[in-house]
Design a protein around this ligand. Structure first.
Ligand SMILES: [Zn+2]
Length: 371
C-alpha cells in the first residue's frame, strides 16, 4: 500500500549538504512498515541523497541547471590582421567559471589582460577595439560572435599582436577552432541579461537615420536591415532575421564574410588600413559586381554578416542576452552605444539563471553540440 505525504517546497533549507541545490521534506505520520511515494520516481527530480530529521525525511537533489561553458582543451591558429596586415597567433584556452572572455597580449611586457566589457570598447571605426591601459586588441567581433553562437562563456585568448586574425573573413574558422577544442560544461549556472523594458539608440534623420533596439523576448533573436545602394547588394536580401530557437548559428550565419568596395579599399590602404584584406578573406565589389570568383556563400551574405557582427558586438556586454535585437544601418559604433545605454538603465534588465534547464528558451536549453 502506498501512503501520501505532503511535499515540502524546494529551497535551501538548513542542513542541505554542499553540492545540492534543492530539498523536499516528507513529513512522516506515525506508521509502521514500508511506504511508496508515487510520482517521485520518473519525475524530473533526481533523488540524490536523503537523511532523517526526527519525523521528517528530507531528499536533497539537483535539477539539471543550465551551465556555463568553456573549452575542453586549448587550440591555436595563425593568420593576419585585416587592417594591420601583421602576422598573429592566437591560442584559445579554457577558463574557470565566471572568468568571461579575456584577451591576453602575450607579446607585451607582463602580458596584460583585456577583459571583455562594454566599457573596454575604445574604437569602433572599422571594427570593435578593446583596450586596457595601453594594451589594445582590434577586430574582436568575429571571434566574439562565434563564442556567442556556440554559447562559450569563459575563455582566455592569448594573442601575439594587436589584432585578431581575420582568417576567412567570417566566424566559420573560429567556430571550427572552438568545436575542435571541444566544449565543456562547467559547474556554475549560466547567467543571462534579460531585458524587462525596451532600450533604443538613434542617430541621423530621414534616409540617413540609423537605429538599434533591444526589447524583452524569451529567447534571442535579431533582425537587421541594411540600405546599400549597390547593384550586387540590391539584387540580394537587404533584411534578415535570425532566431536562436529555430535557426542554426553555425549553418545560417557563421559563414557570412565581411565585405568591402574596391574604391574604399584603396582609400583605406593609403591610410594604412585593410592591409591584410583581399579576395580570400572578404567579399570585394567594384561599382557593379562581386569580384570573388566563387561568388557569394549565401544569397543574402551581406546582411547576414551584419547580423554576425551584431551578435559579436552585443556579446561584449559580458553575458548572453535574452532579448530581441532589431536594427537599421547599425554598425560597431551604434551597437556599442546600445550596450552603454543598456548599462545606463539598470531598471531595463535583470540577471537571471535557469535552475531547471527545461525553463530556458529553446536554443539555450539545447546549445550547439558540445563535442
Ligand atoms: Zn565583420
Amino acid at each position: 500500500m502506498g501512503a501520501r505525504f505532503p511535499l515540502g517546497r524546494p529551497g535551501g533549507e538548513a542542513g542541505t549538504p554542499p553540492g545540492y541545490a534543492h530539498c523536499v521534506s516528507l513529513r512522516f505520520p506515525p506508521c509502521r512498515g514500508q511506504h511508496l511515494w508515487p510520482g517521485l520516481a520518473g519525475s524530473t527530480v533526481f533523488l540524490a541523497k536523503y537523511a532523517h530529521f526526527g519525523g521528517v525525511l528530507r531528499y536533497f537533489y539537483n535539477r539539471p541547471v543550465l551551465k556555463q561553458r568553456t573549452l575542453k582543451s586549448l587550440t591555436r591558429a595563425v593568420g593576419v590582421g585585416l587592417h594591420s596586415g601583421q602576422r598573429v597567433e592566437i591560442t584559445l584556452r579554457p577558463a574557470a567559471p565566471d572568468t568571461g572572455i579575456v584577451f591576453r597580449r602575450v607579446d607585451l611586457p607582463n602580458a596584460p589582460d583585456i577583459v571583455v566589457s562594454a566599457e573596454s570598447v575604445t574604437d569602433t571605426r572599422l571594427a570593435s577595439t578593446l583596450s586596457c591601459g595601453n594594451a589594445k586588441v582590434h577586430t574582436v567581433e568575429h571571434l566574439m560572435s562565434a563564442c556567442a553562437g556556440l554559447g562559450v562563456d569563459n575563455l582566455f585568448v592569448d594573442i601575439t599582436a594587436e589584432e585578431v586574425p581575420i582568417l576567412d573573413g567570417s566566424a566559420a574558422s573560429f567556430v571550427f577552432l572552438l568545436q575542435s577544442a571541444g566544449i565543456e560544461l562547467q559547474n556554475a549556472p549560466r547567467r543571462f541579461i534579460r531585458l524587462t523594458r525596451p532600450v533604443e539608440v538613434r542617430e541621423g534623420e530621414g534616409a540617413n537615420e540609423k537605429w538599434a533596439r533591444l526589447e524583452p523576448y524569451h529567447g534571442y533573436k535579431l533582425s537587421f536591415e541594411i540600405d546599400f545602394n549597390h547593384p550586387a547588394v540590391d539584387s540580394t536580401g537587404q533584411k534578415v532575421e535570425f532566431d536562436l530557437s529555430t535557426d542554426s548559428y553555425s549553418r545560417d550565419i557563421a559563414r557570412a564574410r565581411t565585405f568591402g568596395f574596391t574604391k574604399d579599399v584603396e582609400m583605406m590602404r593609403s591610410n594604412g588600413l585593410a592591409l591584410g584584406g583581399g579576395l580570400d578573406n572578404a567579399i570585394v565589389m567594384d561599382d557593379y559586381k562581386v569580384l570573388n570568383a566563387d561568388g557569394l556563400r549565401y544569397d543574402d551574405e551581406f546582411v547576414k554578416h551584419k547580423i554576425l557582427d551584431a551578435i559579436g558586438d552585443l556579446y561584449i556586454v559580458g553575458k548572453p542576452l535574452l532579448a530581441a535585437y532589431s536594427a537599421r544601418r547599425s554598425g560597431h559604433a551604434l551597437n556599442n552605444k546600445l550596450l552603454r545605454e543598456l548599462q545606463a538603465h539598470p531598471e531595463a534588465w535583470e540577471v537571471v539563471t535557469f535552475e531547471d534547464v527545461k525553463q530556458a528558451p529553446q536554443g539555450f536549453a539545447q546549445p550547439a553540440r558540445a563535442w
